[in-house]
Design a protein around this ligand. Structure first.
Ligand code: ZN
Length: 366
């Protein structure tokens, strides 16, 4: 982006401070001279739910050419997350982990390990359902129980950062997230690690998109074995190509709802899913590399359209209390741009495969 345009964008959406000092702070404790490190830390003011990631949302453009944000969905898992953390640690760099509540309850030690390593923890619902297929109440449960479960597993508040499963973002849920002051994250670059059968394929997916965009929020899944196996070499290549990592942190933490906290606490106390499906207990704890102060703050741009929560419809009322008797339509990831009553248009395929994920294989249908 030309300097002038960047300056205008910066003035519009960021509270810009001196940039550069953060990188030296982030890298001070790193003894790997070839590490990616953290170029800068950017704070996200989640008031009224800013939306990031140009696949779906184009209002905020905070990355400079050559900058990337690393994000990992669907975990944590004892089987693969430690390896992902190891690769990130080797490069002294930081990421966002959008966790699934049910996984967090199963592996609370892993949640804490991710946080202790200095990464940002956001939420990715309770059980990874497509929210466009749920009633309003069912979607609320997925969002709020997910948040409460991850918070309970960690033992302290997480970031008010949210990513929709399958990037399926019904406007009524976006409106609710705006009201709850949660930032919504889409992506710019998709590793397609869930369908990449080799680490080289995953790497090719990332760099072919980065060659075009030159920057972006990259989507990975820390429950994928190919990601655990191939992340270190992918980070090596990012460094070789002179990409810089931007780490996003929240201005404030996410507030949970008491009613869902109670349920989450009970689920964590039972931990029946983990007990019924014992997996490796390996865990890794790394020392903190020191506090990192953000150099900038992202906020929702003035004038960004605010979505109004949809009034509950007869269809919603007719669904089950748990949302399981959901409508059969699959609203597209861009559904918030259409009238909620508009006939479904041609829809893009879900970005994540609907077949069984690792946690579904581990825990079955829930
Ligand atoms: Zn996911």
């Amino acid at each position: 982006m030309p300097t002038g345009i960047w300056a205008r964008t910066c003035a519009a959406i960021l509270s810009c401070a001196a940039v550069g000092a953060t990188a030296s702070i982030a890298n001070a404790a790193c003894d790997n001279k070839n590490a990616l490190g953290v170029e800068r830390v950017v704070e996200v003011d989640t008031t009224k739910g800013p939306r990031l990631g140009h696949v779906q949302y184009k209002d905020i453009d905070f990355l400079r050419p050559g900058e990337v944000v690393l994000t990992f969905d669907d975990g944590p898992s004892h089987q693969t997350t430690p390896k992902v953390l190891e690769a990130l640690r080797a490069h002294c760099t930081k990421a966002i982990f959008f966790m699934v509540g049910r996984m967090a309850v199963a592996y609370p030690d892993m949640v804490r390990t991710v946080e202790e390593a200095g990464h940002t923890i956001g939420s990715h619902t309770w059980s990874h359902k497509n929210l466009a297929r749920l009633s309003s109440k069912g979607a609320e449960k997925e969002v709020e129980l997910g948040l409460s479960a991850i918070t309970a597993a960690l033992g302290k508040p997480i970031a008010p950062f949210f990513r929709f499963p399958y990037l399926s973002d019904p406007r009524r849920v976006i409106a609710d997230l705006e009201a709850r002051d949660h930032a919504v994250f889409s992506v710019d670059v998709d590793s397609y690690d869930w369908k990449a059968r080799s680490t080289s394929r995953m790497s090719n997916n990332v760099f072919s998109q980065l060659e075009k965009s030159g920057k972006g929020i990259i989507l990975f899944h820390d429950i994928q074995r190919v990601t655990a196996k191939g992340l270190k070499s992918l980070l090596d290549e990012l460094k070789r190509r002179n990409f810089k990592v931007v780490h996003l942190v929240p201005k404030t933490t996410a507030a949970t709802l008491a009613s869902y906290d109670e349920t989450a606490k009970n689920l964590l106390a039972k931990r029946h899913v983990a007990a019924a499906n014992p997996m490796t207990t390996r865990s890794v704890v790394w020392p903190m590399s020191g506090a990192i102060e953000p150099s900038e703050t992202i906020a929702r741009p003035e004038g960004q359209k605010t979505l109004q929560p949809k009034v509950a419809s007869a269809t919603d009322a007719s669904t089950g209390v748990d949302g399981s008797a959901a409508r059969s339509d699959t609203s597209s990831s861009r559904s918030h741009r259409r009238s909620p009553r508009a006939a479904p248009a041609a829809r893009p395929a879900p970005r994540e495969r609907p077949k069984k994920t690792v946690f579904e294989e581990a825990f079955g249908k829930f």
